[in-house]
Design a protein around this ligand. Structure first.
Ligand code: ZN
Length: 265
């Protein structure tokens, strides 16, 4: 590939610091494992950001130069400042890609961009997740280590079950089945403004999911797919006609400057 894609991995980074069992799996944090997965392709220039940093590590300048932002959050969604959420949202609408991971389904940024509650069913029972690749031609599904049946498995994961309260995805790439019987739309794509959003379900902090080869490949592909291609800044201009127009009839005023309603009735 040409110029590396500028990616930022955002993580609230609390479980890994507060719980010994989770620190054992992700000693430097979930964000570092994802960053390394992207870096080893040679196609990304990666930095990380966490909740405890000033502006949660998401300054205007950094976001201006970010092509794709990955988001992992869980217990501190409410600690993310609304101003930063709005800043990220504007960048997505301008064209920045957003990859929302696992419990990020309940993040302020994801719910704001979806416009729905993004609620779901869940159960933490370390059960098997079978991930079906239902759109094998999709860019995010390329070169995955799937078996002949067209799926791969994660031996231990948290269960997320339908109904997932999201708007109908523009593209649905993966569907999960769980040992306990539920199903879930686990790889969903949306377009919002000029930006692309991908939600990927696996990634509970208690399991080593982000070391899984298939999961890493999906995160890499999601970065390729979602990375900003054009930046379209928000403007809503008054636009002069390209071709000559006749004089408008006198009885039609302009919104906001009609002086006397009775004159046009
Ligand atoms: Zn979880």
């Amino acid at each position: 590939m040409g110029t590396p894609i500028r990616a930022v991995i955002w993580n609230e980074f609390i479980h890994e610091q507060e719980h010994e069992a989770i620190r054992k799996i992700y000693p430097k944090g979930i964000h570092q494992v994802i960053a390394e997965a992207l870096e080893k392709t040679g196609n990304f220039s990666v930095s990380t950001a966490t909740l405890d940093q000033p502006e949660h590590g998401l300054s205007k300048e950094l976001l201006e130069n970010t092509q794709v932002l990955y988001w992992w959050g869980h217990i501190a969604h409410d600690k993310v400042q609304n101003e930063i959420v709005e800043r990220v949202k504007q960048r997505v609408l301008e064209g920045m890609g957003l990859v929302v991971l696992h419990s990020g389904h309940y993040s302020k940024i994801f719910r704001s961009l979806m416009g729905t509650t993004c609620s779901l069913k869940w159960r933490e029972a370390a059960e098997k997740e079978r991930i079906w690749v239902i759109e094998p031609s999709h860019p995010i599904a390329q070169d995955l280590p799937v078996n002949e049946g067209g799926y791969f498995e994660i031996p231990h994961e948290e269960m997320y079950g339908e109904r997932f309260e999201i708007p109908v995805p523009d593209e649905l790439v993966f569907v999960s089945w769980f040992q306990g019987g539920e199903v879930f739309r686990s790889g969903c794509c949306w377009n919002r403004g000029a930006g692309r959003i991908f939600y990927f379900r696996p990634g509970h902090e208690s399991y080593p999911t982000y070391y899984n080869t298939a999961v890493q490949k999906i995160l890499v592909n999601a970065g390729y797919w979602a990375a900003e291609r054009v930046k379209i800044q928000d403007r809503c201009p008054n636009s002069p006609a390209l071709e000559p127009l006749p004089e408008p009839p006198a009885e039609f005023g302009q919104a906001g400057i009609v002086q006397n309603l009775e004159d046009i009735q």
